[in-house]
Structures are given as C-alpha cells and as structure tokens.
Design a protein around this ligand. Sequence first.
Ligand code: SF4
Length: 369
Amino acid sequence: MAIGDRKPAKIAYLRRRLLEWYKRNCRDLPWRKSRDPYAIWVSEIMLQQTRVAAVVERYRVFMARFPTLAALALAHEDQVLALWSGLGYYRRARMLHKAAQFVAGRHQGNLPATVEELRALPGVGAYTAAAIASIAHGERVPVVDGNVERVLCRLAGWQMGSRKGGAALKRKIGELAALLVDPDLPGEFNQALMELGATVCLPRNPRCQACPVRRVCQTRGEHKTPPRPAMLSREVAHALSVRSGRNARKPRGLVHREVLLEQRPASLTVMPGLWELPLLRDSAVPQEHLRMTLRHAIMQVNYDVRIRTVFEGDVERMTIPGGQRRWVPLRAAAEMPLTGLTRKVLARARLLPAAPLKTIAPQRQPNLR
Ligand code: SF4
C-alpha cells in the first residue's frame, strides 16, 4: 500500500498521520514560535548545511541583535559576519544582509509573500522561497530539502544516489512533493515532512517502527543511504601574538591588550574578508612552544590545529605573509568578523569570552521612518 501510486485515499491518510504526528512530536525550536517571515527567513538560511544544534543559540543571539529586517539592513556587514562566526558558509550571511538592504530599499522593508517575488531577492533560492511562502504565508508549495528527498524516495520506492537519471529523479520528487502538500496547512505539512526526515527517517538507520506513515511506505527501511566519503585530514599551525597597547586618547594612556590578526584576501573562495591568526611557516611546533592543539572541521576537511605563542619581534620571521595585518584590542576583536577557528582559539586562550556572541551588545538602531 505505497504512496507511489498516488491514490487520493492514501494521500489523505499520509497528510493526516503526518500532521498529527508533527503536532505531538515536533522539536521545540525558537523559530517555530514565530510566523514572522523575517524570522523564518533567517532560520532557513542558517539551517542550510548546518546542524540544528549549532544554529539554535546563534539564531537567538542574531535575532536579539537584529530583531527586524530594518535592523539587519542598517547594520554594517562586519557586524553581521561577527554574529555568523562559527556557522560557516559566510556567503549566506553576506547574501542575507544584501537581500535585507534590497527589501528595505525596494519593498519598504516588507519581505515579499510569494515564491515568485521571493526568488527575485539576492541569495534566495527555490528552497528558501518555498519555505518562507508556505510557512509564513500559507502558499501551497512544496519544500524539498535533502531530508524530504530521502523520505519521498523511500515512501515511493525510488533508489537514490545514482548520478545517472539524477535530474529525472529530482523532477519526480518535486512532482510528488507538490501532490502531497496539504492544501490547508502547507507550512505545517512541509515542516512535518522535514522533521520526519530529521528525526525518524534517518539516512542510515531509519526508525520505521516509530514512523507515522509506515503503512504507506514502499521500502520500510530497505533503502539506506550509503555512508558519506571520509573527511580529509590536514595539519595547520597559527601564531598567537598578544601585546600590551596604550590608548593615547584615554587619561593616563590606559593599557589594554591587543592581538595580531590578519584579514583573508577578498580573492579567496573560502571565508574571504574574515580575520584570523597569522599562519606559521613551520607547522611542526615543538612541544615546549605549543600553546594549544585543537580540531576544527571546515566543509569536508578536519584540521589538526597547533597554536604557538609568538612574540611581537618574531612575527615576521615565523609567519607567512598573507592579507593585511592589524593589532586589534581584544574588546574590538570580539566584534570583528573572525573565522570560527580564530574565535575558538581566542576563547580557549581566555582572550575572548567563551560565548562571544552573547556579549555583543545590541546597538541602537535608528528608526527607519
Ligand atoms: S517507514 Fe521507514 S523508510 Fe518508510 S518513511 Fe517511515 S522511516 Fe522512512
């Protein structure tokens, strides 16, 4: 009794079971408490390629600092990137910021309501547009992310994973998703399907016994997603240089500490424009000079990172020249667009607060009107 034959009774059954299940089992996530299109937009962008657990706290801080689209549009890009630190894929933050400015300028600050209009915004693709339109405005459109693709393929008995026929399969998935979406509650239905994929119909070990739509599933656990290719490993070493600086404008030249940071060139494809610790020429740091070691993952690479304390006079000799360098007061560094690794190192060295995002105080935003 699989859903692949598209019988109306089965479709009605699937909608009802899924929506009932979602009502009882959906996770308590901050963006689900809001129907504000802006809040949904921010959450959807943050969730792309990023685990829910990593997003929750950053989402709260981001929304506290930029509670409205107008507040985001008026911010400086560096402030936006600083709050994105650690989420990775910084292009998302830049595009979100650009799109907010576009909406503030062209749409009087109101996010468009339909998929078609939303698609015209910078950085808003089919998935994000459909999510905003269905969840915030009740437009009857399907939302198809990786989880939904997997669930629908299993329900219909289609094999995923082969490159051959990939486009045709995607088209079939899109058609089935459009057919299934509940006409009265499209936003809830879409979220329910994504939630099922995230919590029950898991890639390697689907929990079919707990699945509310088991009765109409063709495969019931037969199709397992092959394990992902192993991550690559790399070694890298950075210099941590801290000095005492004087603030000439303060009475009696108050002493503060400064850290040496380097800006990644704008021409780079990964994290252009973000600030990081200078790279050491020699990644083999002797044990006695090791300040700390840590592991850090960026996309498909696991980095074994070594951090060495380097005195100001040795910086030139021991590090590889990259982008422009600057001695930055630690308080100011907390608000800069640092790479996630740099923020982690400075926090671990107790040079930044461990949860820096919480400490970035909201700024007063001028009233747009
Ligand atoms: S029965 Fe199993 S394979 Fe089918 S949709 Fe439910 S969890 Fe996925």
